[in-house]
Design a protein around this ligand. Structure first.
Ligand SMILES: Nc1ncnc2c1ncn2[C@@H]1O[C@H](COP(=O)(O)OP(=O)(O)OP(=O)(O)O)[C@@H](O)[C@H]1O
Ligand SMILES: [Mg+2]
Length: 276
């Protein structure tokens, strides 16, 4: 059976700087792939590129999903084809009502629109599943949502859109312990239906709840290691230093990645380091 997602020699630049430098990665149907790697090495860039965020410029390589050329598709076509991205930093969308947005997104995938009854039944069930008060469907999308509410809201969208491949970018960051359980159960239910996942997280906790079938580590814009879930435990215990040692990979210093960044950001980082 051909891979559900096949990425070959993917090179991606952001504002003229090459971030992904030849990613090769495959994901089969029903798999849950854990994607790890140090900060700033290209995980979100990879997910954003697969989904079609125009800030990421593909300079070389291919992405195929269900055998289709993803790079030739617009964002909404990618979504209709069954791709979904829960973003690391979900954007606030003032002026867009949550339930209007969800209804439009769901109907875009169907030949016949949902009846109002069907829509509200599904909506109510999804709000219940992620533990957000149903009244929040009247609020603008993500506007003023707490960090955890934004993350739950991404999972709510996933439940309603039923993607074949859900890419979850640090979905566990900022979640309280109960929310982590809720999100893990939602993922497990989808896994049981045979759906596939690409999950980025820095922590073993979520992974231990959803049992990835494989793990890959992105370092310096490439897949440095690809293996079984035991990789997650080793990284959790030992960090990334051993990869550098064993594979002779030089992990780029953060400073070089920060060269392009404005003084303001650096000043904030210094202040944060000094505990201000
Ligand atoms: N919009 C952008 N403008 C400028 N640089 C960017 C932009 N997006 C990403 N980059 C740079 O690309 C590099 C990779 O970023 P990316 O967000 O993919 O890292 P990551 O592996 O997801 O890190 P983290 O674990 O911290 O989320 C970083 O050096 C980052 O500063
Ligand atoms: Mg990221």
């Amino acid at each position: 059976m051909p891979a559900l997602l096949k990425i070959e020699n993917l090179h991606v630049a952001v504002k003229g700087t090459e971030i992904l430098k030849g990613i090769d990665l495959e994901l089969n149907e029903g798999e849950t792939l854990a994607l790890l790697g140090p900060n700033g090495h290209g995980k979100s860039t990879l997910l954003g590129t697969i989904m079609g965020n125009p800030i990421y410029e593909v300079t070389e390589g291919n992405i195929a999903f269900k055998g289709q050329d993803v790079l030739a598709m617009k964002v909404d076509e990618r979504s209709k084809a069954g791709l979904f991205l829960a973003m690391q930093y979900p954007a606030e969308i003032p002026g867009v009502n949550s339930s209007d947005f969800l209804k439009a997104a769901m109907n875009a995938r169907r030949s016949k629109p949902l009846t109002l009854f069907e829509f509200y039944s599904k909506l109510q069930a999804a709000y219940k599943a992620v533990g957000i008060p149903f009244e929040m469907n009247n609020r603008n999308l993500n506007e003023g949502f707490s960090g955890g509410e934004k993350k739950r809201s991404e999972i709510l969208q996933m439940l309603l859109l039923e993607p074949d491949l859900a890419m979850l970018d640090e979905i566990d960051s900022g979640l309280d312990v109960d929310a982590m359980q809720i999100v893990a159960s939602a993922i497990k239910e989808e896994q049981a239906k045979g759906r596939s996942f690409l999950v980025v997280s820095h922590y073993a906790r979520l992974y231990s709840m959803i049992n990835p079938t494989r793990a890959a580590v992105i370092i310096n814009g490439r897949v440095a290691v690809d293996g079984g879930p035991e990789l997650i435990k080793r990284i959790d215990a030992e960090g990334y230093e051993w990869i550098k040692r064993e594979l002779g990979i030089e992990i780029a210093k953060e400073e070089s990645a920060m060269n392009e960044v404005s003084i303001g950001v650096c000043a904030t980082r210094v202040a944060a380091k000094e505990g201000k």
